[in-house]
Design a protein around this ligand. Structure first.
Ligand SMILES: Cc1ncc(C[n+]2csc(CCOP(=O)(O)OP(=O)(O)O)c2C)c(N)n1
Ligand SMILES: [Mg+2]
Length: 310
């Protein structure tokens, strides 16, 4: 889990540094996940490769945590033909069925009914897979959220709802959008176990996800995990939104103190040799970006091919 969290952090720091540089050669909008790494990593550590996940506009983390290919992710961010979505998707539309990532979507809330649909398919096929929907606090304002929770509970579907409550939906603080900011309470009213946990504690996330996965695997129905966390950067791009007056420096600093990576590192007392590990990861990332930049764009003839079913 530690290795994957560092991979996600360093990968996104690389993207942020490119976006801040004069060359700025990444054109797809990037919603960065820095600060939230423990959620995707803790949940995916409890899943099998064959289990399904669905993500949001902020999904580099869940792609890598589920075991997605780093070079294909870098290539997708450069919209190249060898990207995980063939260069058609960019940062927000990732797909990697070989590791169970059936799609990420920029439509807020879209991951939720998709995961319920996948879980229904698993139930019909009796293949004992589990489906996970990752989504933000803002997605709980969508009608589909309520319909999905109801259907999942009613049909006892093997789905796990993972709400990444980072306290903001674009530039709106949660208390300006939700009448009840305790999201797990909303889920409880649909008669499913609902946990509200420290989303910056990778071990806690993993343990909670394991309980939910084993319940789902036994056919006992859905669970809900609300992970309290915080995004260190702005809604989109490499800046922190402090200058826009959207949040305070003190608030950001208090969450940086609760860094999920530092938290996990403190537990790894027997292993202090992180330096070489970080260097290895940085090298892997550098190579991935180099290959991505040198790769071809998709053929223009392919442009409309994946828009409609042929
Ligand atoms: C259906 C829909 N409505 C509005 C938007 C514009 N939009 C993009 S991201 C976002 C906020 C999402 O907030 P949240 O779900 O908390 O995720 P976070 O960005 O915090 O990870 C909004 C409103 C959209 N993409 N889709
Ligand atoms: Mg949010």
């Amino acid at each position: 889990m530690y290795w994957t969290m560092i991979l996600i952090r360093r990968f996104e720091e690389k993207i942020a540094s490119i976006l801040r540089s004069p060359e700025k050669d990444i054109k797809t909008p990037c919603h960065l996940y820095i600060g939230q790494e423990a959620v995707a990593v803790g949940v995916c550590a409890a899943l099998k490769k064959t289990d399904y996940i669905f993500g949001t506009h902020r999904s580099h983390g869940c792609y890598l945590a589920k075991g997605g290919n780093l070079r294909q992710l870098a290539a997708e961010i450069y919209c190249r033909a060898n990207g995980c979505s063939g260069g058609n998707g960019g940062s927000m539309h990732l797909i990697a069925p070989e590791i169970g990532l059936l799609g990420t979507s920029a439509i807020v809330g879209a991951s939720i009914p998709l995961a319920v649909g996948a879980a229904l398919a698993c139930k019909i096929k009796r293949d004992h897979r589990v489906a996970v929907a990752f989504f933000g606090d803002g997605a709980t304002n969508e009608g589909g959220f309520y319909e999905s929770l109801n259907l999942a509970s009613l049909y006892k579907l093997s789905v796990i709802f993972v709400c990444e409550n980072n306290l903001y939906s674009t530039h709106l603080p949660i208390e300006k959008c939700l009448a009840n900011t305790n999201i797990s309470q909303i889920a409880k009213s649909f008669k499913m176990p609902a946990h509200r946990i420290d989303g910056n504690d990778a071990v806690k996330v993993y343990q909670t996800a394991r309980v939910a996965v084993s319940r789902a695997r036994r056919g006992q129905g859905p669970s809900f995990i609300e992970c309290l966390t915080y995004r260190w950067l702005g809604h989109v791009g490499p800046n922190d939104d402090i200058d826009k007056g959207l949040r305070s420096q003190a608030e950001l600093d208090s969450w940086r103190e609760k860094c999920p990576i530092n938290k996990l590192e403190k537990l790894l007392v027997g292993n202090k040799n992180f330096c070489s590990l970080h260097q290895q990861i940085d090298q892997t990332i550098e190579t991935a970006f180099k290959i991505a930049r040198q790769s071809p764009y998709p053929d223009i003839k392919e442009l409309t091919k994946k828009v409609f079913k042929e």
